[in-house]
Design a protein around this ligand. Structure first.
Ligand code: SAM
Length: 275
């Protein structure tokens, strides 16, 4: 079924403010489901059903698919595209305002698979990273530069607070580059599929809230040294900040972006015990 034709028949107009760039290439849609490891026991949460092309492919493979869509104008389109798929359900709501804890209670264990609306990519991913209990991982299409940030290595310009925050839950990897030509309408940038596996290679810390506070502090001002950023965030004297860094085995003068997630974890444990 040609998606443009279905959309036109229902008098649908794309809304740029909702990040509506739809997919239709069957090979790409199957590849995303493969990348995510969707199988017959999977419960999948999708953010942004759009015209339902990905929802359909996911529902054909998974046990259950629950998909959010903010734009009610897509209701008749989705009814047509998902006809006959008993295991696919669309919730017409703004995912950002939805109660994640209540949703998780209803879903049990699940994975997120989505071609995310670009204007909320990072907050949506961070919501799962920081708040989810039953999420086992995410496979998401994002802008290429965002993918680079999610999966960056320490010491590179793309490495930042988001990368280090993800490391607390698992490992992020860019699994596929996707040309802008495969979206309707065509966006101005290329995209990539990132897979974040929760639980795999996650750093271990005594206090997750302290780890997040340390990471936030370290990247609060990228031009400042870690020592200066820690002094400002935790109200420490220079002498005390130096002592704590020395206890962690971090040399003087380093900047936050050179610290691996494992070193942030170590620093977080030292701060938990000493301040
Ligand atoms: N999954 C479809 C596909 O791959 O063709 C559509 C992807 S499109 C990039 C993102 C979709 O998310 C749009 O349909 C948009 O209306 C929807 N959306 C945007 N903001 C949303 C929000 N806050 N909550 C739920 N859906 C949202």
């Amino acid at each position: 079924m040609e998606i443009r034709e279905v959309l036109a028949r229902h008098g649908f107009f794309f809304k740029k403010q909702y990040g509506q760039n739809f997919l239709s290439d069957p090979n790409l849609l199957s590849a995303i489901a493969e990348d995510a490891g969707v199988g017959k026991d999977s419960c999948v949460l999708e953010i942004g059903a759009g015209a339902g092309a990905l929802t359909r492919v996911l529902a054909e493979r998974a046990r259950r698919v629950v998909s959010f869509e903010i734009d009610r104008a897509l209701q008749p389109v989705l009814a047509e595209m998902l006809a006959g798929l008993e295991n696919a359900e669309v919730i017409f709501a703004d995912f950002e305002k939805y109660d994640l804890a209540a949703l998780e209670e209803e879903l049990g264990d699940y994975i997120v698979v989505a071609n995310l609306p670009y204007y909320i990519t990072t907050p949506v991913v961070m919501r799962f990273v920081e708040e989810s209990k039953n999420c086992r991982g995410l496979t998401v299409m994002v802008q290429e530069e965002v993918a680079d940030r999610f999966s960056a290595k320490e010491g590179t310009p793309d490495y930042g607070a988001v990368t280090a925050a993800i490391a607390l839950r698992g490992r992020a990897e860019t699994v596929r580059k996707v040309s802008r030509n495969l979206f309707t309408p065509r966006p101005n940038v290329d995209s990539a599929v990132v897979r974040i596996r929760f639980g795999e290679g996650a750093v271990s810390v005594g206090d997750a809230a302290m780890y997040r506070a340390v990471v936030r502090a370290a990247f609060a001002s990228r031009r400042k040294t870690l020592e200066n950023n820690l002094m400002a965030a935790f109200r420490l004297s220079r002498e005390r900040a130096r002592e704590l860094l020395a206890l962690t085995g971090i040399p003087e003068g380093v900047r936050g972006e050179t610290l691996s997630p494992a070193m942030f974890a170590k620093l977080s444990d030292v701060l938990s015990e000493n301040i």
